[in-house]
Design a binder for this molecule. Structure first.
Ligand code: RRO
Length: 309
């Protein structure tokens, strides 16, 4: 019997967001998908989430913007992106010919920015969903500020909900007092699924220069260093909210991905791992299939949340 790895990420929406498998790429680590299509067959993935997109193009933060840490990576890209108009003009016609669904990650300075972005993307062929980024640690205005409180997270989600009929994922920040309360607020405001987590605030200092390493001083930490932290947040959020959770944070192997799924995630996003192994997402998918074969599991949904106590 062929394995069924499919997952539904927007069960409450008419059009839904059905993925052939649970392996997605994390925003900001996979460009627009086109870059990696030269490297492996990206059509096999569950979904691709593109780089955070703003109303206007952005050049990003001063260099250096990346720094490797123990089991992790600090970034302060600062939302460098081509802007929504170029994205619609140049990228969506390519995505429209793909089998793999593409989800557009959006970020704004104001609630109105998010609503405008969602409105412009609504109905564009080649876009299967929107991921609302209320968790970028590297911008002066907006970003993680919106994800820090249930009230502002709810306001952004409601504005996006009102502006589009596309499925909405909301990506949460760990840099908040109570991520569960934020998750409940965005669920009530109309999110279809919750992605968690974005990077943790972090920094490094060059002791010879006696200066911060990153041009922006503080950045976001991702990679294996944050995996146990992300996993516990996914466990808690999945237990508190009746929406699909999408686990993200240091997933490098199939067993990492399966841990998140057993904690309650319906899907996973592979981020930093693609930097050291561009095929990491596909390797993880292959590993999940192998695990299912070895364990006699026919449907991936059978193992979602099975480690919950
Ligand atoms: O561009 C970035 O610096 C960035 C973004 Br938008 C984000 O959501 N998460 C992150 O770690 N970096």
């Amino acid at each position: 019997m062929p394995l069924d790895l499919s997952v539904q990420l927007a069960p409450k929406r008419k059009r839904g967001l059905l993925l052939a498998n649970p392996v997605m790429t994390a925003s900001g680590t996979f460009g627009y998908g086109t870059e990696y299509s030269q490297v492996f067959d990206i059509q096999k993935l569950g979904a691709i989430v593109c780089k955070g997109t703003t109303l206007e193009p952005r050049e990003g933060n001063p260099q250096p913007r990346l720094y490797e840490t123990a089991s992790g990576i600090l970034n302060s890209i600062g939302l460098q992106n081509i802007g929504v108009k170029a994205l619609i003009r140049e990228k969506t016609p390519i995505w429209a010919s793909w089998q793999v669904p593409v989800i557009v990650n959006i970020a704004g300075d104001t609630v109105e920015d998010y609503a405008q972005l969602a409105g412009q993307l609504d109905g564009v062929t080649g876009i299967s969903g929107i991921e609302v980024n209320i968790s970028c640690p590297n911008v002066r205005t907006g970003g993680a500020d919106f994800g820090a409180s249930p009230e502002s997270a709810s306001e952004v989600t409601a504005a996006v909900r009102a502006a589009t009929s596309l499925p909405i994922l909301v990506k949460l920040t760990p840099n908040t007092g109570d991520i569960v309360r934020v998750a409940i607020a965005v669920a009530e405001a109309g999110a279809d699924a919750i992605s968690l987590i974005n990077s943790w605030k972090g920094m490094a200092i060059d002791i010879a220069k006696r200066r911060p390493v990153l041009g922006n001083i503080i950045g976001g930490l991702s990679g294996p260093a944050i995996k146990p932290l992300a996993l516990s947040m996914v466990y808690e959020v999945a237990g508190a909210v009746d929406l699909p959770a999408i686990g993200c944070g240091g997933i490098t192997s199939a067993s990492d991905a399966i841990e998140f799924i057993m904690a309650g995630a319906s899907a996973v996003q592979v981020g930093s791992a693609s930097f050291s192994n561009p095929r990491a997402s596909l390797d993880i998918l292959d590993g999940i299939e192998l695990f299912m074969q070895q364990e006699g599991i026919n449907k991936l949904t059978e193992i979602i949340g099975t480690a919950r106590c």
